[in-house]
Design a protein around this ligand. Structure first.
Ligand code: ACO
Length: 377
């Protein structure tokens, strides 16, 4: 009997978790039991990181202390800035991956995989991640990195270090929601990659480095950038139908649609849809939203019966674009939001570890005769 092969590990349960719950049929997402809609509308990213790391929402005082800790850990070692300078010509995701990997050399607890140490490292990586992305972006423009500003929250400080100017509160709030929506999502491809690294009893820095590498692909975190490229190519709403038909008729995919688990609308998309519309109006550029809604409400309607709806990435790109964030930074922003989720997945993996090591059915030739090098024609 040939073994049953489950391509892409589709619908396979790897383990149990208390991190997040996803009901793909209903389009429901909970972090640690709390509905993503409540978290997006009523909490901050700092609260969500705390929730993910400790399993409960913080009291005011716990949040204050936790936020102080995040703010105190934003600075990078000078050596890591030097590494970023060496790789300044690389894609921002490659720089983030390199920066996180380099931080391992300076973290006193790098090899300690206890829950407490992993969370402490997760706090440091969450705090330093934005500094890596912003510093690399400055260095690649030939500019000096901007030092973190302890007076600003996580999202605000990132924008400040990126652009070297005080961000508007509304922009800070937008990015804060965006980080919340990206913070955790079960055994998605990048978290799975991180878990595989953790399951060998490697360390959090290796696992997060792996997660960043896995996230980079356009079928995962890279979709937001591709969606905005598509909107720019389409140019006007009336061109959308023909543009998309060309892709679909040639077997292509419309980026920002479809999901392995969601067969209803991705609940995270709701929050970005309305914000994309409002920001487009505010910036005097309503066209991008019109193009995206045309694709959603006209072109892709027949795909709904196949369970293909917008995912979190569909409206995200337009928001970053309207905030004048360069398109090659879009995935890095996703990664910054996801560091807490990867950390939590690793904590769970370390706490009840079993090496993740599936099988491959061999379908090649067998028992071939070895011909010495000098006798091979
Ligand atoms: N546009 C058109 N058709 C699609 C799309 C899409 N975006 N997504 C899936 N399909 C079709 C496939 O072509 C396939 O059709 P077929 O059965 O006729 O061959 C069918 O739906 C099933 O597709 P699979 O790839 O088997 O489904 P899977 O669950 O593996 O796909 C994935 C999930 C990779 C995300 C897919 O929907 C996709 O490529 N989407 C576009 C990229 C994207 O937006 N990625 C971001 C995902 S969200 C995130 O990672 C945060």
């Amino acid at each position: 009997m040939p073994p049953e092969i489950i391509k892409g590990l589709k619908d396979v349960y790897l383990d149990t978790t208390t991190s997040s719950f996803i009901d793909g049929q209903e389009g429901k997402l909970l972090y640690r039991g709390y509905n993503i809609h409540d978290l997006a509308e009523k909490s901050t990213f700092e609260e969500v990181i705390y929730l993910l790391f400790y399993g409960n929402l913080p009291t005011k005082q716990e949040l204050q202390e936790f936020d102080d800790l995040l703010r105190a850990n934003r600075r990078l070692p000078d050596e890591v800035i030097q590494v970023l300078d060496l790789v300044k010509a690389s894609h921002p995701m490659d720089a983030l991956r390199t920066g996180v990997s380099a931080l391992a050399a300076f973290d006193p607890e790098v090899t300690d995989n206890s829950t407490e140490a992993t969370i402490r490292k997760g706090i440091r990586l969450s705090a330093m991640g934005p500094t890596i992305v912003a510093a690399h972006h400055r260095l690649r423009q030939g500019l000096e990195p901007v030092a973190p500003n302890p007076d600003l929250n996580h999202a605000g400080n990132f924008l400040y270090m990126l652009f070297n100017e005080m961000p508007e509160q509304e922009t800070i709030d937008l990015l804060d929601v965006d980080f919340i929506l990206h913070a955790e999502h079960g055994a998605n491809a990048s978290a799975f990659g991180a878990r595989v690294a953790a399951s060998t009893l490697s360390d959090l820095h290796s696992a997060v480095t792996t997660g960043i590498g896995v996230l980079k692909g356009p079928w995962h975190g890279g979709a937001a950038e591709e969606v905005m490229k598509m909107a720019l190519d389409i140019g006007q709403p009336e061109n959308a139908a023909e543009y998309c038909r060309n892709i679909l008729d040639n077997g292509g995919r419309i980026m920002g649609f479809g999901h392995r688990v969601y067969k209803a609308e991705d609940p995270r998309a709701r929050h970005l849809r309305e914000r994309s519309r409002a920001l487009g109006e505010k910036k005097g550029q309503p066209n991008w939203f019109k193009i995206l809604t045309y694709v959603e409400d006209e072109v892709m309607v027949p795909y709904r019966s196949r369970g293909i709806f917008v995912n979190v990435d569909f409206f995200a790109g337009s928001i970053y674009y309207l905030l004048e964030i360069p398109d090659d930074l879009f995935i890095s922003i996703f990664a910054l939001g996801r560091i807490p989720g990867w950390t939590l997945q690793c904590v769970e993996q370390f706490e009840d570890n079993m090496l993740i090591r599936p099988l491959l059915e061999y379908v090649g030739e067998m028992d071939k005769e070895f011909v010495p090098l000098e006798e091979r024609g």
